[in-house]
Every structure is written in structure tokens, then in C-alpha cells.
Design a protein around this ligand. Sequence first.
Ligand SMILES: *Cc1c(COP(=O)(O)O)cnc(C)c1O
Length: 391
Amino acid sequence: MIASVLPTYNRAPLNFVKGEGSWLIEADGRRFLDLGAGIAVNALGHAHPALVQALTDQAQNLWHVSNLYQIPQQQALADKLVEHTFADTAFFTNSGTEACELAVKMARKYFYDKGQEQRVEILTFDGSFHGRSAAGISAAGSEKMTKGFGPVLPGFVHLTFGDMDGVTNAITDSTAAILIEPIQGEGGIRAVPDAELKTLRALCDEHGILLILDEVQCGVGRTGKLFAHEWAGITPDIMMVAKGIGGGFPLGAVLATEDAASGMTAGTHGSTYGGNPLGCAVGCAVMDHVTDPAFLDEVNRKAGLLRQKLEGLVGAHPEVFESVRGSGLMLGLKCKATNIDVVNAGYDNQVITVPAADNVIRLLPPLTLSDDDITQALNRLDQAATQIETA
Ligand SMILES: *Cc1c(COP(=O)(O)O)cnc(C)c1O
């Protein structure tokens, strides 16, 4: 008999009933150090007082009105995003993959309105992940995500990650945009070097096409800047945001320049829930924290500390780990042992990590993790590695 929940997930036998900061409490009372943060979602950790306050205050007043009316919380969040980023405008979604849908539509509509209807192709890269909608899986293009689900959507050209000549050669009169994660998350914490992001920006400018960045996982303070592309000194035309922006409340956004968004006039796109008062009240509270320069300084300081200690861990367990990769608090441990075994050994030692492609385990802790949490993280990862060595 099929499980009452559609069995599309491989779930660990863990039942968390409460969260506090960087810690999750299992139904049996055990405390787990959470270095996964719900896959980079709980940016301010669990039950952050400011987020609890924002959500409960809003819940007592108004949950939902629809986008038929003004939503002051949505306006406030859009204003904050516009103030702190390249963007002139924002559309709110409930998830990352919905942001992908709009990013693709927006890029194509831009050229349609300019009389270049043939420009529909979006260039994407192997190992990428843009969510599980039809456009999301067609953009990523991997067999793992698309096989058995009928025809993938046309209009995506899949390129080799890191092959800049391949990008140059792929740009034609049909190209609308390049879509890329500055740091691949699901793909195994693979960062696009700053120089390559600059090259992609230059190629887009040269050919008059749009640069779409997917910062769903790497954005919202995760790398120590508000958005990861800032490290490369470039800006996109369109950007997908989700995960951390809601701190655990389902919330996403597409940010864009006025020019890139010019095709999206009244009636061209919409969402029943997107930008609802609850999500946007929480999003405003998240933004107030992550845009504070002192907060980002702390992310960078702790990221440096964690990385340094992880290098030591890799050195101490060369049979289990190969290297540390990533940026800020978006770190990957490339494993020699099987990554799933390392994640499971972490569970045994009450530390949570997240597997990714390329035999990597991801560390995406709450950005609020403390120095003591970092010490605990290393102790537990060290125990997990020792367990694998002695198994
Ligand atoms: C998680 C993720 C998505 C999809 O977000 P959902 O909210 O799961 O739809 C898209 N892109 C990237 C880079 C992600 O990490």
C-alpha cells in the first residue's frame, strides 16, 4: 500500500519537534546541531525572536487579501530589496522554482516586446538546479530530473559548467539570457569564479542578452555579502531569490532592473499567495537583520573560523574527506567516503549536514551560529569521521 504521503522523498528517521537557534530537538529529547538550516532556509536559525514576533504580530491582524489589493508589507519588502540591491523592482513568489518560472518568462517577454520574438533560448549549465517546475527541470536538463516526465520544455541550451568558450559559441540570434547559480548548491557547492561571472556579464552586454542569476541558495547573506554576485563586482539583469529570504516562511522573489522587467505589465503574471502579508512581514524582519553591515561582518568572521577548522578536519581525516570548498557559510566538504555515509554518521553524532552532488556534504548553518556552535560542529564532525574510519 502506498504511504499516505506521496513517497517522493528519502527521509531520515528523525522527528524534530522544536528548534532553538542552531539546534533542533528530536522527539526523544536529543539535541542536534543544525548545519543544514532546512537547506539554507533558516537564515536566522530556529525560532528567532524577531521573526516569531513579526509572524505572530501579522497573524493577529491579517493573513491574506490577494494581490487584488494593496499589501503594505509587500511594498515594504520590495522597497528594502530595491534599496539594497541592483534591482528596480521585485515580484514575490512562494518558492524558488516559481521564481525560475517568472525569470524565464520575463527574459522572453523582454525580447518579444522589442520585436525579437526569436530570442527565447536560455543558456544553462550542467549540475545546476532551478527547482522542480516544468521550467526548472527543463532549465537544469539533467536526466535525473527530467526522465519519464514527457517532453522537456524547448528553449533551454545546456552547457558545460566552467566552459567559457562553450558559452561564447552558444550565443546566437535566438539567445535571450544566460541563467546561472553563482555557487551551485545541489550541484555540490561549485562556485563560479569571479572572473567567469565577469566574463558572463561582459558577454551579455556585448550581445545584448540578459544575465539571470539564481541566488535562491547562495543569496540573503549566505556568502557574507547580501548577494553572492557582489563579490564579483557585477550585477545581473534578473535574479531569483527564495530560501533564506523567508527565514523558514515560504517566500521567494524575482528582482530585476527596470529595463529587464519592462515586458511584465499588468496582467502578464500573477500569484494568489505570492507576497502575502505573513510572508512579507517575516521577509522584512529577515532583511532588517541581513542588511546590517555588522551582521554580515559577523558572517564573514565566523565563516573564516569555520573554514579554517574544516581545513584541519580534512587534514585529520584524509580517508574520509578530500577538500573544503565554497564561500562564506555555504561550504562543502568533498568526501572520499560516500557522502551519504558521512551524513548518516553525522546523525549518529547529532550533527546535521546535507548531501549534494559530486560526493559533497553541504554545511549551510544558520547565519546566526555562535562560536560555541562552531566548536561543537567540529567536535561532532570529527566524531562522525572517526566513526567512519573505525567502521
Ligand atoms: C532550492 C533551489 C531552487 C528551488 O527552490 P524551491 O523553493 O524548492 O522551489 C532553485 N534554485 C536553487 C539554486 C535552489 O537551491
